[in-house]
Structure formats: C-alpha cells, structure tokens
Design a protein around this ligand. Structure first.
Ligand code: NI
Length: 290
C-alpha cells in the first residue's frame, strides 16, 4: 500500500511537473510572443520617433522653405514690376552696318546687358553680312532703312516697294527673320509711303546729331541731357565718334536705372501694338492707360 501511494505520488509529481512544463513552455511562448510584440512596439516606437523627428525636421525646414519661396516670389514680382515701371529707352543706329563701329557698339551693349535696334541699309547689309549676323546674335533688332538710303517720299510706288522689299529679303537671308520695322531715310513719310510700307514706320524723339557734330562729348551731353522714359534715340553706327559716345551713354543710362530695349520690346512692354503704315517716335504712357 505504501508502495502504491509512493508510486501515485511519483506519478502525481510527474504529472505536475509535465503540466507545469507544458504550461511553462506555453508561457514561455507567450513570453516570447510578448517579447516580440514589445520588440515590434519598441521598433515601431523607434520608427515613430524617427518619423516624428523627420516631421519635426520638416516642420523646422518648412518656414525656411516658405521664406525662401516667398523671397523668390517677391523678387520675381519686383523684377516684373520693375520691368513695367522702370524707365525704358530704345537706342537706334542708322545707316550701317559698319564692320568696326557696329561691332564695337554691339559689344558695349552686351557688356551692359542692353540691346538696341539697328536700322541697316540693304546695300551695306549685302556687303557686311557677318556684321549683321553678329549684331543680331546678341538679341539686337535689325530694322529696314531702305536699300540705298533714298528718300521714299520722292519715289513711285514700285520704287518704294523695291527699296524696302529688296532690303527685307536680304536681311531675312542673313538673320532668318524678316525685319518688322522700317525707319524711312531722313524720316520722310507721306501718305504714299504709309500705304506701301507694309510695316510700322519708326522715327525718333531724341536726335543726337551725331552725324552733324561728329563730336563724342557733344553726342554724350545732348543725349544724357534730353533722355527720358520712352524715348527713341537716333544715332548712326558708321562713325567712330558715335561708337565712343554710345559706350558712355549705355553705361550711364544703365547707372540711371534705364532699361535699354529694342523698339519692338519697348512697345510690347507697354502694351502698344505697332501697326503697318503708322508713324511712331516714342512710347511713354501705354502701360499707364490700364
Ligand atoms: Ni539714314
């Protein structure tokens, strides 16, 4: 009997141990599972923290980015407002091109971030094609100043068309673009010229008289004394005195805050459409009419 009790006790102990082991093991698994959960939660906690940190960093970076963006937008607006309200002039050079002086002037314009309009003669364009190409390459406008500098008002219809048409074709061959503007020689315009020109006729508001004085100081003085917003300035790029004066004038106008643009750009900037056969000599108030 005693043996039976002992055996039963041993069996019970074994059962207890086994059950304990099984349940312990299960607990272990649970524990492992819990550990895993904890690990995951710690890891997700880390990830969360990392994510939070990133958000914080982004938040910290955001105002900066906003400021930068704002600054960029503001400065862009300032530039475009300046574009509209900055004083503008269109410097024009007639009777060229000249293989030396036109290029000197083009260089001075480029140096100061300026452009101009060169009203060239067809006869000279034929002779100095590479000069025309070089001037046009810098963003300057090439206009039509007739083929042989004839006074259009004295010509017959066919002669007017020929003087202008021939020049236009020559310029298109060189630059790939038909000139859109005409400067009639001597500024002479009548109804017949208006009718057959087929393009806007561009005169001027400041005559530097460079062709007459051939004096660099006088050209500079006259131009800088008279210049105002919207002017079209007349010069001739066939004189060394003009090339020298132009360099100083361009530098000084830039220092005074003027934008030096082509004739087409001047009118476009101020919302004025140039019409064929119409005369234009300056452009001041187009943008203020709005
Ligand atoms: Ni001329």
């Amino acid at each position: 009997m005693k043996k039976i009790i002992q055996a039963a006790s041993v069996l019970i102990v074994i059962i207890i141990i086994t059950v304990g082991y099984i349940s312990g093991n299960a607990g272990g698994e649970k524990h492992v599972a819990l550990n895993a959960e904890a690990k995951i939660s710690i890891e997700s906690g880390k990830q969360l923290k990392t994510a939070e940190r990133k958000v914080q960093q982004t938040k910290a970076a955001l105002p900066d980015t906003n400021i930068k963006q704002e600054t960029v937008t503001k400065s862009a607006m300032a530039v475009s407002q300046q574009d509209i309200h900055a004083p503008m002039v269109a410097i024009t050079f007639d009777d060229g091109p000249h293989p030396k002086y036109s290029l000197e002037i083009a260089e001075a314009l480029k140096k100061h971030g300026a452009v101009a309009t060169f009203f060239v003669l067809g006869s000279r364009a034929e002779k100095y094609k590479s000069t025309i190409a070089a001037i046009a390459k810098n963003g300057n406008e090439i206009g039509n100043h007739t083929y042989s500098h004839k006074e259009l008002t004295r010509l017959k219809k066919t002669e007017i068309i020929n003087e202008l048409g021939k020049t236009s074709d020559i310029l298109k061959d060189i630059t790939g673009v038909k000139p859109v503007l005409i400067r009639p020689a001597y500024g002479s315009v009548n109804d017949k010229v208006r009718l057959y020109a087929g393009s806007p006729l561009i005169l001027w508001s400041i005559d530097t008289l460079d062709w007459k004085t051939r004096d660099t100081e006088k050209i500079i003085h006259k131009t800088l004394n008279e210049v105002k917003d919207g002017d079209i300035i007349l010069m001739h790029d066939i004189y060394g005195t003009t090339a020298k004066a132009a360099e100083v004038i361009i530098r000084e106008l830039k220092a005074r805050g003027y934008r030096m643009v082509t004739v087409s750009q001047l009118y476009k900037a101020r919302g004025t459409d140039l019409k064929p056969g119409r005369k234009y000599d300056h452009c001041t108030s187009g943008h203020r009419k709005k």
